[in-house]
Write a protein that binds this ligand. Structure first.
Ligand code: VGL
Ligand code: ZN
Length: 209
């Protein structure tokens, strides 16, 4: 069963948003083409409370981009983004919402960040996505969305770890590139762990199962 995971396609990650990913809006039409070709579509949603500890604003004297220790985990400090109840946290309206079977929120615990759609950054709690996909019989995953070097990367790495055959749809992703080369390094790390890397056209036309 071809299963598509849409990672964090939310207003705050689009141009003009609080944590804008360059060309983030370019993933939306790709996501829709894939959604029409997939048998099951699910979405993840970065969904933080206002006091979330990944926000620089919640650490006295700290700036965006600094790295702090959060409960034993190294945490990059981000601008305030994807706050529950705000427009920025919403999935983009142009996504084919009627094809999305279920949305998995993440990053809801203010004390820990969650880049992956499966687990928090400490692998302490699961979101339920892994069990849901197994119940649904999802064998083969296609992953696209935002951002390649954070939430897409860790979602793909966890999917592989859980035993799913996983394909990164490169033209359906865009990255932050906080440091030059971050996106390329992220793609290499996913490949190294066993991810397939494909273009949406090859998947949607059925050239690659
Ligand atoms: C993300 C940074 C902070 C992402 C989420 O969706 O890639 N990045 N929160
Ligand atoms: Zn976040």
């Amino acid at each position: 069963m071809k299963t598509l995971i849409l990672v964090d396609i939310q207003y705050d990650f689009l141009p003009g948003g609080a944590l804008a990913v360059p060309q983030g809006d370019a993933v939306v039409p790709v996501a829709n083409v894939l959604a029409r070709a997939a048998d099951l579509v699910i979405a993840t949603q970065d969904f933080h409370p206002p006091d979330h500890k990944s926000f620089a604003a919640n650490h006295d004297g700290r700036d965006i981009g600094e790295v702090v220790d959060l409960d034993g985990l190294s945490q990059i400090l981000w601008p305030v983004h994807c706050v529950q109840g705000t427009r920025g946290a919403e999935l983009v309206d142009e996504l084919e919402r009627e094809r999305i079977a279920k949305v998995f929120p993440k990053g809801t615990d203010s004390s820990i960040d969650s880049y992956s759609g499966f687990f928090d950054n400490g692998h302490r709690k699961a979101t339920g996505l892994g069990d849901y996909l197994k119940q649904q019989g999802a064998g083969q995953l296609w992953v696209c969305g935002l951002a390649t070097d954070y939430c897409v990367k860790f979602t793909v790495l966890d999917a592989l770890e859980l035993g799913f055959e996983t394909t990164l749809v490169v033209d359906g992703c865009r990255g932050v590139n906080l440091s030059a080369g971050d996106v390329d390094a992220a793609v290499a790390a996913m490949r190294e762990k066993g991810a397939h890397v494909a273009q949406s056209s090859a998947l949607a036309s059925g050239v690659l199962a």
